[in-house]
Design a binder for this molecule. Sequence first.
Ligand code: SAH
Ligand code: SF4
Ligand code: F3S
Length: 436
Amino acid sequence: MATTPKTYHVKSYGCQMNVYDGERMGELMAQQGLTATDAESADLVVLNTCHIREKATEKVYSEIGRLRKDGRAPMVAVAGCVAQAEGEEIVRRAKVDVVVGPQAYHNLPALIAKAVTGQAALDTDMPVDSKFGALPGRRKVAPSAFLTVQEGCDKFCTYCVVPYTRGAEVSRPFAAIVDEAKALVDAGAKEITLLGQNVNAWTDADGRGLDALIRALDRIEGLARIRYTTSHPNDMTQGLIDAHADVEKLMPYLHLPVQAGNDRVLKAMNRSHNRDSYLRILDRVRTVRPDIALSGDFIVGFPGETDAEFEDTLSLVEEVGYAHCFSFKYSPRPGTPAAAMTGDFIAAEVADERLQRLQAALNRHQLAFNQATVGKRCPVLIERKGRRPGQMVGKSPWLQSVHLITDAQVGDLIEVEIESAGPNSLGGIQILQAAA
Ligand code: SAH
Ligand code: SF4
Ligand code: F3S
């Protein structure tokens, strides 16, 4: 029989929604009277896992091993997408106390109570009535906060586990989202990033889209910035594009993953957009918001991808001129259609070389984008202290990190002139505005 945990630690491994879930689990543990502490001394360690690529999954098992090693025996709860995908397999493979999926974590207190009696407790249900209503309110948050508005995915790209780990597309109700946004602002948020696996698929019973939600958030006093991620090209409505033209708080940044630049590969991935339709969406966005920073995700070495097809990805990168990107080597995931295309798997050395070439191109564009901001003035939201004395770090409207010496505090929004640019960040000086 274990004892009831008094302290907890949540470790998140995945995407922004995974981080958001981790924050909410932490709030739930605090509400139960547990105190936050580090992983080394916590009575309960929640591993909030990610299943997207093989490496992400492997980390969980090595972490469980580490936690159990030095004679310490904290209660271990595996949460997140690996919990959903592997379920009981985790209990068989490793000694863990609780396994809880991303749609069931509001049940953590009951699962922990069961684990205290010595039984492994498992909950990977995907209830229709949402977990959100069962979670405690938001308390203290960072100046830039996440807010999940939509979960799940109906797109079934052939390489991807998300439709299986997160379930079908579900949108949270309009009023619940606006209430949470207000609570976040009351708790200190200046910027809110609306999250969804396909955030721009958000809709409600009245047929409203994400643009309506953004316009509602625009009216919240004290909120300075709105962002959203991740979008799918097929859900990029004109209404949402128009919001980029006239909603002042909506930041000029769009993360719109494309994955590949070749139509045959896109079709094999079941992306349901092609190169041209994707590029036309970007044109429409740039028409209303010429300074928008574009970002994307790429996969190299998808089964059957030829050298010539990979070249199409490189040429797309040159054509778009991204400000920032994520790129990955294809990783076969159990249960997905692409994982069955074993005869077409690309040799690891070939995929490695493609990834290096792609990343070199993306880094070059990122540096060029950063350099193009030198000399501009823009508001910067201060998010944390820098390494040097007096230095603070904040974000530009285009999501670049800006380092500067200032008396401004975390949460302040200040005017900055950008003076220098590197591959990953900018340097600037504060423009002190004369008092009115
Ligand atoms: N819903 C989002 C995010 C999905 S996961 C979207 O559709 O864009 C984030 C990124 O991980 C994907 O965009 C893709 O680039 C990458 N990814 C997903 N599955 C993968 C796999 N099996 N191997 C390699 N990268 C993968
Ligand atoms: Fe995965 Fe595709 Fe859905 Fe994105 S759109 S979560 S890549 S299945
Ligand atoms: Fe990973 Fe699940 Fe997010 S698989 S990327 S934590 S939706």
